[in-house]
Design a protein around this ligand. Structure first.
Ligand SMILES: [Zn+2]
Length: 286
């Protein structure tokens, strides 16, 4: 039996659309928790101390006075790039959009009049975002995808049934398979592979909702190039828990408790990590 066969044997479909609706949220947290634009928090010691740092990662959606923002022209480019990416996403479908390479995206945009060619200024903006050192934002994670044109080989990936997500064959698929073998239908894959285009899309959406605040966005979404979803990490959740799977409430679920007990949880972003990222108990490190 193939790995995929082992993984899926005897598992009946999830309720249609359940995991998909969660995937829509990406890792952007609960709707309605966003702070108003420009509502910068200036409390705390303000001397760059560890207390300041921990306050930030424990309050990722709060804006701080030393956060880095896009300028006005960059905000306009963010808007047009996002509109183009929205049309691209609608054209190729959510699943394909998740694993799309940048060159592929440009090719489709060129061929599809409804999407339209990315302008040279838009491309320069995207390249700037990808090449910029994310430490400027306050994100201290490493960068597994150094090339903007990094491509995910379709031969290396598998679409996970009823999740709307892909996983890499090999370690990722086997790990998820072991988790499913323990927890069965209680556990769902909430986010799998995210290529550079999808990560860019999520990151820009988060920044747009917060007035172009790149620092705030990077506290809950790795900047394009810095996400380990591009190379094997994935997110899990409890069936029926919806958007709460992307909050600390996930730690109260039976899925989380069971996986901790059995030693399956190996998080990339632990509580109070020093990477500038919020606590993500649902994110499984490969
Ligand atoms: Zn994740």
């Amino acid at each position: 039996m193939t790995v995929a066969g082992l993984v899926w044997a005897g598992i009946s479909p999830l309720a249609a659309g359940e995991a998909l609706s969660v995937e829509e949220e990406g890792e952007e947290g609960l709707p309605g928790t966003d702070t108003a634009q420009g509502d910068a928090f200036s409390g705390g010691p303000g001397d760059g101390s560890i207390k300041d740092y921990l306050y930030k990662v424990r309050n990722p959606d709060t804006a701080f006075v030393d956060d880095l923002y896009l300028n006005q022209r960059e905000m306009q480019l963010l808007q047009t790039v996002l509109e183009r990416l929205n049309r691209l996403r609608a054209c190729v479908g959510d699943g394909n959009f998740s694993v799309l390479g940048f060159d592929e995206a440009l090719g489709i945009a060129r061929r599809q009049e409804s999407i339209g060619v990315f302008t040279s200024e838009e491309l320069a903006f995207v390249e700037m975002l990808h090449s910029r050192d994310a430490r400027d934002y306050g994100f201290f994670g490493t960068k597994p995808v150094n090339s903007l044109t990094h491509r995910i080989d379709p031969a290396d990936i598998v679409k996970v049934p009823f999740s709307g997500n892909y996983l890499f064959k090999g370690d990722s698929l086997e790990k998820y398979g072991r988790i499913r073998a323990v927890l069965g239908e209680d556990v769902i894959l909430t986010s799998g592979i995210r290529g550079i285009v999808k990560q860019l899309y999520l990151f820009l959406n988060k920044a747009r909702r917060h007035g172009g605040n790149l620092s705030l966005a990077s506290r809950s979404l790795a900047p394009p190039g810095y996400s380990y979803h591009a190379v094997g990490d994935f997110d899990i959740g409890q069936k029926g828990f919806g958007v709460h799977n992307f909050t600390e409430r996930f730690t109260s679920t039976s899925v989380y408790r069971e996986l901790i007990e059995r030693g399956y949880i190996d998080n990339r972003y632990w509580r109070d990590n020093m990477l500038g990222v919020r606590y993500e108990p649902w994110h499984i490190k490969l």
